[in-house]
Design a protein around this ligand. Structure first.
Ligand SMILES: *Cc1c(COP(=O)(O)O)cnc(C)c1O
Length: 425
C-alpha cells in the first residue's frame, strides 16, 4: 500500500514541472512532523470524539480529471473565485470511521437537505497557502500550526480529530497533482481551504454521526499589487464577534456568518473593515480584539518610558483566533531592536488617548491573505452618538514596523531566506 502512495507521488511530480524542480523538494511529510509556537496553543478538550480508526493515507485513490480546466491568466485572478482541477475528500462516520481518502476532479458535493451543517452550522475550516520558490519548489508556511488549529476547531464542533502529518501528506499529493495551478512569482500563491462539514441526516441538534472532510485550492494573486493599501475601520460598539467562552478561538463558519451584516454597516460608514471589540462591563472599556478576519496589532509609545510597544490581544479569553501570522509576528518582533512586545488588553479609549497624546505609531491587521494590512483610520460613535475619527500617523502607507515584518515573513514564505518555518514539499 505504501508503494502505491509513493508511485502516485512520482506520477504527480512527473505531471507537474519536474524539470524545474530541485530534487531536494521530493521529501515526504514524516509522521510526527510538527512545529510549535507559544502563541498557537489550545487548552485540552474535556470531551472528545472517539473514532474507530485513523485516516490511512496509503489507501489514497486518485482519479485524475479528464477535462482539465483552463488556467486563468495571472492578472485576472480574483481571490476565491477560481479553483484548481482537483480536490481531496475523506468521509467519516461514527460506526466505520474514516474511509479511504480520495483525490478527484473538483466538483459539487451531494449532501442531504437534512445535513446538520445546513441547519446548525456544524462546520470548520482552515486557511493556508502554497508558495512556489525561485527554484520551482512548492512550500508551505508553518503547516503544523494550521493542523493544530484545525484539530481545535474540529474538537469544538465535536468532530473527530485528524492526524496532522497524515493530512499534510494527502495535501502534498493534491498540491503536486495540481502544481501547475500554483502561480509563480512574487505575491502569487495557491490558497488552500481544508474544510469539515457534518453531513449527518438528522434535524435533531446532536453530535455529528457523518462528517465530510475535504480540501479545495484556489490560485491567488498578490494582495498588494501596487503597494500597500491601508484600510479604514469602523469600531462597532454594538455587535460582538466573539466573547469569553464562545468560539472566537476556533475557525468555525458560524463566526463569519454573524460578521457579514456588521461589515455592511462598516461600509455604510465609509469604512472598509469592522474593528471588533469586547466591552469590559466593569470598566466600560471597549477592548480591541480583531479586525475583519485578521488579528490586530497596535504600535504605541509607552506613556512612561516612551518606548514603542507592539500590542495584540491576549489569547486568554478565547475571543481572538490564534493566527499563524500573529504567532509569527510575535516571535519575530520579540527579537527586533527598539520594540517591546506585549499580549495585553488595549481599549478603543487607550488608542484614542494615545493618539491625542501623539503616542500612536502604527496599527495593522495580520493574517495569511495579506500578511499585514496597515490601518489608516478608526471611526467610532461616542456615547452621544457623534462619529469621531482616530487617524493613524503612518497614514497612506504601511509604517516601518509593519513593512519590516511583512518583508521578513514573505522572504521566508517564498524561500528567499532559509528558515525552518518554510516547509518544502
Ligand atoms: C484566519 C483568521 C485569522 C488569521 O489567521 P492566520 O493563521 O494568520 O491566517 C485571524 N482572525 C480570524 C478571525 C481568522 O479567521
Amino acid at each position: 500500500m505504501r508503494r502505491g502512495l509513493l508511485r502516485s507521488v512520482r506520477q504527480c511530480s512527473l505531471q507537474g514541472s519536474i524539470v524545474s524542480r530541485n530534487r531536494r523538494c521530493l521529501t515526504s511529510i514524516p509522521s510526527g512532523f510538527t512545529d510549535s509556537s507559544p502563541h498557537v496553543k489550545f487548552p485540552p478538550c474535556a470531551v472528545s470524539v472517539s473514532s474507530p480508526n485513523a485516516i490511512d493515507a496509503s489507501a489514497l485513490k486518485v482519479t485524475k480529471t479528464s477535462k482539465p480546466m483552463e488556467l486563468v491568466p495571472k492578472d485576472k485572478l480574483v481571490f476565491g473565485r477560481t479553483f484548481a482541477d482537483h480536490m481531496l475528500e475523506v468521509d467519516w462516520d461514527s460506526k466505520k470511521g474514516w474511509r479511504a481518502p480520495v483525490i478527484r476532479p473538483f466538483g459539487d458535493l451531494s449532501v442531504s437537505p437534512a445535513a446538520s451543517v445546513l441547519h446548525y452550522a456544524l462546520e470548520c475550516f482552515e486557511g493556508m497557502k502554497a508558495y512556489k520558490d525561485a527554484s520551482g519548489c512548492v512550500r508551505l508556511f508553518r503547516p503544523a500550526l494550521n493542523m493544530a488549529r484545525f484539530n481545535h476547531s474540529l474538537a469544538r464542533m465535536y468532530m473527530p480529530a485528524v492526524d496532522g502529518p497524515t493530512f499534510l501528506s494527502l495535501l502534498r499529493e493534491l498540491l503536486l497533482l495540481d502544481e501547475h495551478w500554483i502561480p509563480e512569482g512574487d505575491g502569487y500563491s495557491l490558497y488552500i481551504r481544508p474544510t469539515a462539514i457534518s453531513t449527518t441526516r438528522y434535524l435533531g441538534v446532536g453530535a455529528p454521526e457523518e462528517v465530510k472532510l475535504y480540501c479545495i485550492t484556489s490560485p491567488v494573486g498578490p494582495y498588494y499589487a501596487t503597494g500597500f493599501k491601508p484600510i479604514s475601520l469602523w469600531a462597532d460598539t454594538h455587535h460582538v464577534r466573539a466573547w469569553e467562552g464562545g468560539t472566537g478561538d476556533a475557525k468555525v463558519g458560524a463566526n463569519y456568518a454573524i460578521a457579514i451584516m456588521p461589515q455592511m454597516l462598516a461600509a455604510q460608514h465609509g469604512c472598509s473593515q469592522v474593528l471588533w471589540m469586547n466591552r469590559d462591563t466593569a470598566s466600560g472599556a471597549y477592548n480591541l480584539t480583531e479586525v475583519g478576519s485578521m488579528n490586530l496589532f497596535v504600535l504605541i509609545k509607552d506613556a512612561v518610558t516612551g518606548r514603542p510597544q507592539l500590542i495584540t490581544a491576549p489569547l486568554t479569553r478565547a475571543d481572538v483566533l490564534p493566527g499563524v501570522t500573529r504567532a509569527s509576528i510575535l516571535e519575530l518582533a520579540e527579537s527586533m531592536d527598539g520594540v517591546d512586545v506585549k499580549e495585553a488588553c488595549l481599549s478603543l479609549q487607550d488608542v484614542a488617548k494615545a493618539s491625542a497624546e501623539g503616542r500612536l505609531m502604527e496599527i495593522f491587521g495580520a493574517g495569511t491573505a495579506a500578511v499585514v494590512a496597515p490601518v489608516n483610520s478608526i471611526k467610532y460613535a461616542d456615547e452621544s452618538g457623534t462619529v469621531k475619527t482616530v487617524n493613524v500617523p503612518s497614514g497612506g502607507d504601511a509604517g516601518p514596523t509593519a513593512k519590516k515584518l511583512w518583508a521578513t515573513i514573505t522572504d521566508i514564505q517564498y524561500g528567499r531566506v532559509d528558515h525552518p518555518w518554510s516547509v518544502k514539499l
